[in-house]
Design a binder for this molecule. Structure first.
Ligand code: NDP
Length: 463
C-alpha cells in the first residue's frame, strides 16, 4: 500500500479522463474520478454526439424534398423541436449511464463534484470539502466555448452549449465563426428551417482545410439558402423591446434575429483549478503545458485532451489517455502520434479529410500529382438535386505516396476513416490503382482516377 488514497485521481469525466480512469482501474489500480457536471464530457453531453443527432434531424428536410424523385409522395411535414430535444436528452442520458457503468465495473470511485488541486498530491472535492490524496493526478477537464467578452452585448449570445437546450427553435439566427462548430450548426439550423446567416471574419469558411473543399462547401451552403457574410465581424449585439436581437456588423448592416450564436473557438478549462497551488505551468492561453508524454512540469501530474490545447478532437484525447496509461502504469513510455489524423466536418454536404492540403503539400514536395473528380452522386440524379461531390487525392510525384485525401459529399466522414488507414500505411497511388472498385459507389472514384488532373511543380500549378 502506498501512502496515498489513490494510485490515480482523474479530474474531469470526459473522453480522455474516463478512458484513463477505466483502463487504470482495469489494471487493478485504485482510481478516483471527479466530474462536476455529467459523465461523458463535451463529446457526449454537449458536443459530437448530440450534434450528430441534430445533423440527422436536420437532413430530413432534404430527404422530403428528394422523395418525389423516387416516386414517394410525402404529405404535410412538421418539425417538433421539443420532441427532438427530448429524444436527444434520452439518448445522452443512456450514454452517460454507460460511461458510469464502465467506470464502476473497473472499480473506479466516482465523485460528483468540482475538484481542484491543493498540492501536487492533494485534490479538494468541493462538494464535500474533503481532500483526497493521489500518487498520480491526471487533469482532463477539457475546454469551453470562448465567450467573447470584448463584444458589447455578448451576454445575449449563446454558444454551442446553449444551442443544445434552446426552449424554442429560433426563426432566424446569426452564427459568428467559420470553423467546425459554426459551419456544422449553420447547416443544422438551416436544415431545420431557420433563416441562417453565418458571419466570418476571413475570406472563406473553414480555414486550414483544402481550398477546393472550402470553396465547394461555401458555394453549396449559399446555394442551399444559407447567407454567408465574409470579411465581417459582429460589432455589437443588442436586445430590442420585442425581445429579438439585433446584431450589428462592421459594415453597419444590422441583422434582426432570435438568437446569436458565437462559435469562435474553445479555450482550456483551467480557471480555478488550483494549478498554481500544485506548481503546474500553463501557456499564455491558459492551456496546461505538457511534454511529449502528457506529463506536466510537476512529474506526478499529467494532462490530456482539450485542456492541453494540442489537437481538439475526441479521438485524440482518448489516444493521449491510452498513451498516458502505458507511460505511467505499464512502464512503456509512449508518445501520442499526431501524424495523419483523419477528421470529418458534419456540414451538409459533409467533409472527410486526411493528410496534407494541396497548399501544405506544395510547400513540402517539389512535384505533386493532383487527382480530382467532381460529379453528381447517384442519389442526387432522380431527385434532380444539382449538388456535386468532390474528391481529391494529392500524391508526392517522387515517391508516389498519397499524402492527402479530401472529400466533400455524402458519406465523406465514413470514407475518411478508411482513407486514414491507407494514408497512415503510406499507400502509394499505385496501391490505390491496384485496388478493385466497389460498384456502384461514390467511393470507387478514389481508385479510378488514373490520370492526374494537374501537376504542381515548385508550388505552381502546371496544367
Ligand atoms: P475553430 O477553431 O474551428 O474555429 C473558430 C472560428 O472562429 C474561426 O473561423 C476563427 O476565425 C473565428 N474566430 C476566432 N476568434 C474570433 C473573433 N474574436 N471574432 C470573430 N471570429 C473569430 O473553433 P470551433 O469553435 O468551431 O471549434 C472548436 C474545436 O472543436 C475545433 O477546432 C475542433 O477541433 C473541435 N470540433 C471538432 C468537430 C468535428 O470533429 N467534427 C466538431 C466541432 C468541434 P479564423 O479562421 O480567422 O481564425
Amino acid at each position: 500500500m502506498t501512502q496515498y488514497d489513490y494510485d490515480l485521481f482523474v479530474i474531469g469525466g470526459g473522453s480522455g479522463g474516463v478512458r484513463a480512469a477505466r483502463l487504470a482501474g482495469g489494471l487493478g489500480k485504485r482510481v478516483g474520478i471527479a466530474e462536476e457536471y455529467r459523465m461523458g464530457g463535451t463529446c457526449v453531453i454537449r458536443g459530437c454526439v448530440p450534434k450528430k443527432l441534430f445533423v440527422y434531424a436536420s437532413q430530413y428536410s432534404e430527404h422530403f424534398e428528394d422523395a418525389p424523385g423516387y416516386g414517394w409522395t410525402v404529405g404535410e411535414t412538421a418539425f417538433d423541436w421539443p420532441a427532438l430535444i427530448a429524444a436527444k436528452d434520452q439518448e445522452i442520458a443512456r450514454l452517460e449511464g454507460l460511461y458510469r457503468k464502465g467506470l464502476e465495473n473497473a472499480g473506479v470511485t466516482i465523485h460528483e463534484t468540482r475538484a481542484r488541486l491543493v498540492s501536487r498530491h492533494e485534490v479538494l472535492l468541493e462538494a464535500t470539502g474533503e481532500t483526497v490524496t493521489a500518487d498520480h493526478i491526471l487533469i482532463a477537464v477539457g475546454g469551453r466555448p470562448k465567450l467573447h467578452d470584448a463584444l458589447p452585448g455578448h451576454e445575449y449570445c449563446i454558444t454551442s452549449n446553449g444551442a443544445f437546450h434552446l426552449d424554442e427553435l429560433p426563426k432566424a439566427i446569426v452564427i459568428e465563426g467559420g470553423g467546425y462548430i459554426a459551419v456544422e450548426f449553420a447547416n443544422i439550423f438551416h436544415g431545420l428551417g431557420v433563416d441562417t446567416t453565418l458571419v466570418y471574419r476571413g475570406v472563406k469558411i473553414l480555414g486550414g482545410f483544402d481550398d477546393d473543399l472550402r470553396d465547394h462547401l461555401q458555394e453549396t451552403m449559399i446555394a442551399k439558402g444559407i447567407r454567408i457574410v465574409c470579411h465581417q465581424i459582429l460589432e455589437k449585439v443588442s436586445k430590442r423591446d420585442d425581445g429579438r436581437l439585433e446584431g450589428r456588423l462592421t459594415d453597419g448592416e444590422t441583422l434582426v434575429v432570435d438568437q446569436v450564436m458565437l462559435a469562435i473557438g474553445r479555450e482550456p478549462n483551467t480557471n480555478g483549478l488550483g494549478l498554481d497551488r500544485a506548481g503546474v505551468d500553463t501557456d499564455q492561453r491558459g492551456a496546461i503545458k505538457v511534454d511529449a508524454y502528457s506529463r506536466t512540469n510537476v512529474d506526478n501530474v499529467w494532462a490530456v485532451g482539450d485542456v492541453t490545447n494540442r489537437v481538439q478532437l475526441t479521438p485524440v484525447a482518448i489516444h493521449e489517455a491510452m498513451c498516458f496509461l502505458e507511460t505511467a502504469f505499464k512502464d512503456n513510455p509512449t508518445e501520442p502520434d499526431y501524424k495523419t489524423i483523419p477528421t470529418a466536418v458534419f456540414s451538409q454536404p459533409e467533409i472527410g479529410t486526411v493528410g496534407l492540403t494541396e497548399h501544405q503539400a506544395a510547400e513540402k514536395y517539389e512535384e505533386l500529382e493532383v487527382y480530382r473528380a467532381s460529379f453528381r452522386p447517384m442519389h442526387n440524379i432522380l431527385p434532380g438535386r444539382d449538388e456535386k461531390m468532390l474528391m481529391k487525392l494529392i500524391v508526392d510525384a517522387a515517391s508516389r505516396v498519397v499524402v492527402g485525401a479530401h472529400i466533400i459529399g455524402p458519406g465523406a466522414g465514413e470514407m475518411s476513416q478508411l482513407l486514414g488507414i491507407s494514408l497512415k500505411a503510406r499507400c502509394t497511388k499505385d496501391d490505390f490503382d491496384a485496388t478493385m472498385a466497389v460498384h456502384p459507389t461514390a467511393a470507387e472514384e478514389l481508385v479510378t482516377m488514373y490520370k492526374p488532373t494537374y501537376i504542381v511543380k515548385n508550388g505552381a500549378r502546371v496544367d
